[in-house]
Design a protein around this ligand. Structure first.
Ligand SMILES: *Cc1c(COP(=O)(O)O)cnc(C)c1O
Length: 382
């Protein structure tokens, strides 16, 4: 089946008890035992398993083409659980991309567990540097994030997994920005895929959840499950219900986000107040060729740098009226964010950079909004 059909049908069935077509929400924390003490209906206590969470996990595994999915209370819960679980058989260093979701870096510096890990940061376009980082010592984990945050750079997934595999390293891909609709990391040899379901999969800025999906079952899947249950870092019934509802429209939304983002990027590239546009759908992007091969479309995230610095970038963000100034991404509202301010002193984001999450509004309206905001800084004495 095609992904559009999987997205609508996977993890869903007509409710046997009532005939309800939309799945009931199971808020019950506890489930009845059989007379003989068993649980023939499959559920005992909601921290261990819940019908809505199980449906979501079934759908996520089917969407990514993996063996199983484990749904957590946030993307960061999924990410930290994945690092911990993979360290069972890959206890060596963590090879990280220079440009990546800032929260992961904060986790590695702000928690005792994170500080206990040996990390090496590399430029993921420099394959010799990845090879060098994987040499010597005990094999660990190579982290892939593509497109990356906030520079929207592209990592060649197949090339990196080949290097990692040769060195005995496991690979994790954060597929939050591309989603399984646009990018298929398991087909390129990745071992574990992580998601912030808070973003495109939830799709409406009203769910906080995450997931880890494994290509093959094994000790790390058991550990991912154990962390979810015993630490209690699980996706709630309602968040699971909302995320599954989001999945049904994910393929259609991703097409719309991608088409509008490409139109907006082309517009931005031609504006005199814009110094640089980071969007892999533009032929000028250094990752355009790789992205064309490994992505179905180029996604809804665009970053651009204005001429000037922090003040000019902040002025543009302040002048936008349709874009909301807020962090996060992947919802139906377009958002704009000055990443350097959000990330603080440790940021690697340029001060002149704004990151936009292109929503589901009409591209003409978004372009008109950007035009008036950029014109306000382009005029000599504005
Ligand atoms: C938001 C995000 C995360 C973290 O997800 P939360 O749900 O906020 O914990 C991880 N990776 C990427 C790429 C993200 O955009």
């Amino acid at each position: 089946m095609k992904i559009e059909t999987i997205a609508v049908h996977s993890g869903r069935q007509v409710d046997q008890a009532t005939g309800a077509v939309s799945a009931p929400l199971h808020l019950s924390t506890t489930f009845e035992r059989d007379a003989d003490g068993g649980f023939s209906r499959g559920f005992e206590y909601s921290r261990d398993d819940n019908p809505n969470r199980r449906s979501l996990e079934t759908a996520l595994a089917a969407l990514e083409g993996g063996e199983a999915a484990v749904a957590y209370s946030s993307g960061m819960a999924a990410i930290s659980a994945s690092i911990e679980a993979l360290r069972l058989d890959h206890p060596g260093r963590l090879v990280l991309p220079r440009d990546m979701y800032f929260g992961v870096r904060s986790f590695l510096t702000d928690t005792a567990f994170g500080r206990s890990l040996e990390t090496i940061v590399v430029d993921m376009a420099d394959h010799a540097a990845i090879e060098a980082a994987c040499r010597d010592g005990v094999p660990g984990i190579v982290w892939i994030e593509t497109p990356s945050n906030p520079l929207v750079s592209i990592v060649d997934v197949a090339a990196v997994t080949t290097i990692a595999e040769a060195a005995g390293f496991a690979t994790v891909a954060d597929n939050t920005w591309a989603t399984p609709v646009l990018q298929r990391p398991f087909e390129q040899g990745v071992d574990v895929i992580v998601h912030s379901l808070t973003k495109y999969i939830g799709g409406h800025s009203d769910v906080m959840a995450g997931a880890a999906i494994v290509r093959e079952a094994g000790a790390h899947l058991d550990e991912l499950r154990a962390i979810q249950r015993h630490r209690g870092v699980l996706a709630s019934a309602f968040d699971s219900w909302l995320a599954l509802r989001g999945i049904a429209t994910l393929p259609t939304r991703m097409r719309a986000h991608s088409a509008t983002a490409l139109t907006v990027s082309r517009y931005l590239e031609g504006h005199p107040a814009v110094a640089r546009v980071h969007y892999p759908g533009l032929p000028s992007h250094p990752g355009h060729e790789v992205a064309s091969q490994q992505m179905r479309e180029f996604g809804g995230m665009v970053s651009f740098e204005v001429h000037g610095g922090r003040d000019e970038a902040m002025a543009v963000a302040a002048a936008l009226t349709i874009f909301t100034r807020a962090t996060s991404l992947g919802g139906n509202h377009s958002l704009v964010e000055h990443r350097a301010s959000v990330e603080g002193p440790a940021t690697t984001a340029p001060e002149s950079l704004l990151r936009v999450s292109i929503g589901l509004e009409h591209g003409d309206d978004l372009i008109a909004d950007l035009a008036q905001a950029l014109d306000s800084i382009a005029k000599p004495s504005a």
